[in-house]
Design a protein around this ligand. Sequence first.
Ligand SMILES: C[S@@+](CC[C@H](N)C(=O)[O-])C[C@H]1O[C@@H](n2cnc3c(N)ncnc32)[C@H](O)[C@@H]1O
Length: 422
Amino acid sequence: MTKQDDPPGTPARRAAMRLLDAVLRKGLPLEAAMASATAELDRADDRGFAHAIAAEALRRLPDLDALIDSATPKPMPDDAKPRFALRIALVQALALNTPAHAAIATVLPLVDGGPRRLVHGVFGTLIRRGDRLPDPPHLPVAVGIRWARAWGDAAAEAARYGIAQPAPIDLTLKVDDAALVAELGGVTLAPRHVRLPAGTAVEELPGYGEGRWWVQDIAASLPARLIGAAPAGGTAIDLCAAPGGKTMQLATAGWDTTAIDLSRTRLGRLMENMDRVGAKARMIVANAAVWSPDAAADVVLLDAPCSATGIFRRHPEVLHRARPRVIKELAEQQAQLLAHAATMVRPGGRLVYATCSLERSEGEEVADAFAVPGYAIDPVRVDELPHGFAPDAAGYLRVPPGTLAEAGGADGFFVARWRREA
Ligand SMILES: C[S@@+](CC[C@H](N)C(=O)[O-])C[C@H]1O[C@@H](n2cnc3c(N)ncnc32)[C@H](O)[C@@H]1O
């Protein structure tokens, strides 16, 4: 059947299948794949539905695949089209409340001939058997093993609940403002912080237009919290700065801030964000691996590009994109960026390295291997942190899965801080 002959409902499923393909076979982030995968959909609700199907399939991929494998006579390759079609049909029927007949009728046009019969047969078998998807979902096997080894079985188990529950929305306030906190409602877990329920329409909240807050997970706010307020005339360099959550924190804490990012487009978003909150920084499009400032700074923050496995609750695709080779390459890049960042700090100043990764190789291992002469670790103290966070024995801050679980959780994060002594 051609695309023109698609029955109603099928174009959104076709777009969902393209999204899954873009993430799993091409390694793209889900959001980055949206424009091209949903280009044929005119309606915003269809685009939203395609996104919802793909995101839920990514959350539940290992469990969907286990079901499919339990009902196929011979193993189907990971990238086989019938497997993609079955993932799309099953996730709708078993997790998104689409009636089974509609879930399969809208997906069958995506495959032809023998594969279509296979998809129909496997789907029918699983629905007749009354199989269910487990709750909470399982992590991909390799991720589950890695995280259990790194953070313990309880943390790996907590990550499964992290996949299951939509993450709350955290706001960082421009200034401490009790009246605004009361107006926003929600819960405050740290100074200048408000937590609101998942799904809150942020544009409709008080203070959005006036730029009195920005969206930032509480864990992502910790690197700049560990830098603190600026002394008079204090200078900060924010390497890898866009879209600017931490730049806004630094600038509003009084730092004379220079923000660097490789991406002109992302730096444009940083500029818009800074304008909205009325904060100022120097912005430079540059490669932080080679750029050098005219003068050394009091503080250099390297919020390095990473696998982003710490944000798996909001972006489930990171669990599948973060293959060992990708993690290794990013860790090597972080070590290089960190060594170069160390050349930008004045004697007596501080260097902060952070990643939103849950991989030791993109945190503890890079920090342990940092060996630029003249630097000493500046251990994170528990009294600098919001309740529920704690430094480890090395003085690093690690935020593993399960942190703040009773309050709605936190993204996975790592922060290390050094002082330049000479
Ligand atoms: C983890 S994000 C930064 C998030 C940001 N610090 C914040 O709080 O909003 C990583 C950023 O690093 C940038 N980047 C990647 N490689 C870079 C490089 N070699 N030099 C400068 N920026 C780089 C990316 O464009 C991306 O915007």
